[in-house]
Design a protein around this ligand. Structure first.
Ligand code: SAH
Ligand code: SF4
Length: 412
């Protein structure tokens, strides 16, 4: 099938907002899987099949998960013959060159990682210094796909369109990268959130495998409670996670409780309507006893009005829920702007009035483009100006129509 020109390709699944970039992969994939995608059992089985004792598998796992060794040659504790066989079968690291940028006086750092086929993905590290009895926290935000097919129009990754799913190892290697990077300065990753590029539950099996490795004490070793998976509302993914009864935090990118508006903000809403998404998330809360986080990116004049606040309060009241209100990070090719702090506080007050725990988030790392996908979008080049203009006009028209359809107007 011929590739349509940039700016005209519609997203699967179902968004009619065109993507702005259409960049091909530049190299063939490396067929060797990444070592860090193997479960401890799989690693043991490989060593057993190669006539090696179990302790050697544990030695290798120690190197992989302490993230010390960058090449097989450095694994001096292993016999040379096994090192050669390992190098033939696996890659020790799936991330190529990584570009790191700092913001917030070094408290936020963002990495752009190059993959074997030349695609780029992003991860962001946010450090929160120790305060009183609270120890320092470092939250790492990782990508699950290169690009994203959902196409939320306020999201830089959404503008890129979908490139491909990440391998399990490509997901966990982002955490290994930061473990190595932070160790140099005596810090460590304490939390991992799947809030980088991509929709985690459209790459379900690998994301669940990666989360399991990140929380396995024999692998990366974070507590399950320190892992958050964020979804725009892929119900089969929420159900699959519920069936596993893990202790991960589930985050739902809600953005609005009004269905017609959510069709625009999260195009997946047409396939998985917001009420069903919240019902599935509530099942997760009931089964695991874990409070669900609802994320709302606050966009001036679009989803931040008193009408929206009341709709969200109605939908979430009485549920095991926590709401995060996040001022939208301005994105290059979107006409929208972040809501004012006053608007966000008023929104929060409406939710708190019905007993919903609500936090107003500060946007971190705006100066390095910390909203997911922004660096990769920058790198993808400048899209044709007519495609940008078409997209902006379309968003202005669509949001006016969506607000009309949503009813209740934008009063206030
Ligand atoms: N695809 C998943 C996870 C990645 S997006 C999801 O949508 O949940 C992670 C979070 O980043 C989402 O809550 C998303 O709404 C937010 N985000 C995307 N673009 C943003 C922007 N321009 N400003 C602020 N937050 C943004
Ligand atoms: Fe994809 Fe999440 Fe961005 Fe929407 S907000 S386009 S689901 S990455």
């Amino acid at each position: 099938m011929p590739t349509p020109p940039p700016g005209t390709r519609a997203h699967d699944p179902g968004s009619s907002i065109p993507v702005l970039f259409d960049t091909p992969a530049v190299r063939e994939r490396d067929p060797r899987p990444g070592l860090s995608g193997l479960s401890p059992e799989e690693l043991l089985a490989w060593f057993a099949a190669h006539g090696q004792p179990a302790y050697r598998a544990r030695q290798l796992a120690d190197h992989v998960w302490s993230a010390r060794a960058a090449s097989f040659e450095e694994l001096h504790t292993l016999p040379a013959a096994i090192r050669a066989e390992l190098a033939e079968a696996f890659r020790i690291d799936t991330l190529g060159e990584s570009l790191v940028r700092e913001a917030d006086g070094g408290l936020t750092e963002k990495a752009l990682h190059r993959l074997d086929d030349g695609r780029t993905i992003e991860s962001v590290l946010m450090r929160y210094p120790a305060r009183g009895p609270r120890r320092e926290r470092a939250t790492l935000c990782i990508s699950s796909q290169a690009g994203c097919a959902v196409g939320c129009p306020f999201c830089a990754t959404g503008e890129l369109g979908f490139w491909r799913d990440l391998e399990t190892s490509e997901i966990v290697d982002q955490a290994r990268f930061w473990r190595r990077h932070l160790a140099e300065n005596g810090h460590r990753v304490t939390n991992v959130v799947f809030m980088g590029m991509g929709e985690p539950f459209l790459n379900l099996d690998r994301v669940l495998a990666a989360a399991s490795l990140l929380s396995d004490p024999r692998a990366f070793g974070l507590g399950a409670r320190h892992i958050t998976i964020s979804t725009s509302g892929v119900i089969p993914g929420i159900e699959a996670m519920t069936a596993l009864r893990p202790q991960y935090t589930l985050a739902i990118s809600l953005h609005t409780a009004r269905p017609a508006l959510r069709d625009l903000l999260v195009p997946l809403n047409r396939r998985y309507p917001v009420d069903d998404v919240v019902a599935a998330a509530t099942d997760y809360a009931d089964v695991t006893g874990r409070r669900v986080t609802y994320e709302m990116v606050m966009i001036a004049g679009i989803n931040d009005t008193p009408v929206d606040a009341r709709a969200a309060a109605e939908l979430l009241r009485g549920r095991l829920a926590h709401v995060n209100l996040i001022p939208m990070n301005p994105v290059a090719h979107t006409p929208w702007q972040p809501s004012s702090p006053e608007r966000i506080e008023a929104f929060a007050a409406t939710l708190r009035a019905v007993g919903i725990h609500t936090t107003v988030r500060r946007n971190r790392g705006i100066d390095i483009g910390a909203a997911c996908g922004q660096l990769a979008a920058e790198l993808a080049g400048t899209p044709p100006p007519d495609a940008v203009a078409r997209r902006r006009n379309l968003l202005v028209d669509r949001s006016a129509a969506a607000l009309r359809d949503a009813g209740g107007g934008v009063a206030g």
